[in-house]
Design a protein around this ligand. Structure first.
Ligand SMILES: [Zn+2]
Length: 105
């Protein structure tokens, strides 16, 4: 998690990443746990409506997220599987980049 703060990303991105890694984003599952949502049916993902909207689902497992990651990987010219968790995804991008395009991404 220390690498998040050392990155060149804007501060708002670092704060968002920090909240994501600590499971502090206002996902529907977190809102339900805090009593903000009244019905359990409101916990389901806004994109696919098939799974509870957790951080892992929203950013890694949802079919929409998988499509977005596929487009990003295609743009970067890499072939890889989407990591199974948010923390693994952060670790996969912590490797040194070869080109300026990779670094900006
Ligand atoms: Zn979904």
């Amino acid at each position: 998690m220390n690498q998040t703060w050392k990155s060149l990303a804007p501060m708002k991105v670092k704060i968002f990443s920090w909240q994501l890694l600590l499971h502090r984003l206002p996902t529907r599952s977190n809102l339900a746990r805090r009593g903000v949502l009244e019905h359990s049916s409101q916990e389901f993902c806004a994109w696919c409506s098939t799974e509870v909207e957790s951080e892992a689902h929203l950013f890694m497992q949802c079919t929409v997220a998988v499509e977005v990651w596929g487009e990003i990987h295609s743009w970067l010219g890499i072939t890889t599987a989407v990591p199974g968790s948010v923390s693994l995804s952060f670790q996969s991008f912590a490797v040194p980049f070869k080109s300026k395009k990779d670094w900006k991404a």
